[in-house]
Design a protein around this ligand. Structure first.
Ligand code: NAG
Length: 207
């Protein structure tokens, strides 16, 4: 059921998100996920392809791990291995949960696109500014979701970005950079980066 997303773009609206007669699949969805919202995957991928990146720093210790097999090391996995410090992908794959991260020991730094392009004039944005700024971000065809070329990825229908804002802000009116960071991590089920499947699940209310 996780992938059954109703395709009724014309019915998208923040205040009236449910289609009254959208068919059996949708009704079933509504019963199972009473907070489900209809999101068009082709619209969602336009947003994901703006926020996602090809590089992520996975190690939230910021490179503190010395990889010397210390017995009480908090960075080791239950199987005895280590968390990888960072990872790259040929296509944008993750929306990093952090605004920026540094690995002092490796002399590496990653400043995320979302933190610099959404929070351009301070640590808080209104819904209006969020929508405007996400829309202006550069799109790259990401890993996950329906294929979308950059030339077809212009955003006319803003409802998906508005929905993302609502998912991130929770009860607050505006969104802070800190809140965006912690919510991304929550939606990503505790992972350092948000991948497509968790992104679309959060938008449709199946988080
Ligand atoms: C949200 O941001 C706007 C614009 O900066 C501000 O006027 C408003 O008071 C803020 N709302 C809250 C609840 O902080």
């Amino acid at each position: 059921m996780k992938t059954s997303i109703a395709l009724f773009a014309s019915l998208l609206s923040a205040s009236n998100a449910f289609a009254p007669n959208a068919g059996i699949t949708n009704r079933l969805n509504m019963e199972l996920y009473s907070t489900a919202v209809e999101i068009e995957p082709k619209e969602a991928v336009k947003v994901f392809g703006r926020l996602a990146e090809k590089y992520i720093m996975l190690d939230d210790s910021g490179g503190m791990c010395c990889y010397s097999a210390c017995s009480d090391c908090e960075f080791r996995l239950p199987g005895g291995g280590y968390k990888m410090a960072d990872q790259s992908s040929a296509r944008p794959k993750w929306i990093p949960s952090y605004p920026e991260r540094k690995f002092e020991s490796m002399d590496k730094e990653h400043i995320t696109a979302w933190s610099t392009q959404i929070f351009t004039d301070g640590p808080m944005v209104t819904k209006e500014k969020f929508v405007e700024r996400v829309k202006e971000m550069k799109f790259n065809p990401p890993l996950g979701g329906p294929y979308m070329s950059a030339s077809a990825a212009g955003i006319e229908d803003e409802s998906t970005i508005e929905r993302l804002f609502d998912v991130l802000r929770g009860e607050k009116e505006n969104l802070t950079q800190h809140r965006m960071s912690t919510r991304i991590k929550e939606i990503a089920k505790g992972n350092e980066g948000l991948i497509w499947s968790d992104f679309i699940a959060a938008l449709t209310g199946e988080e």
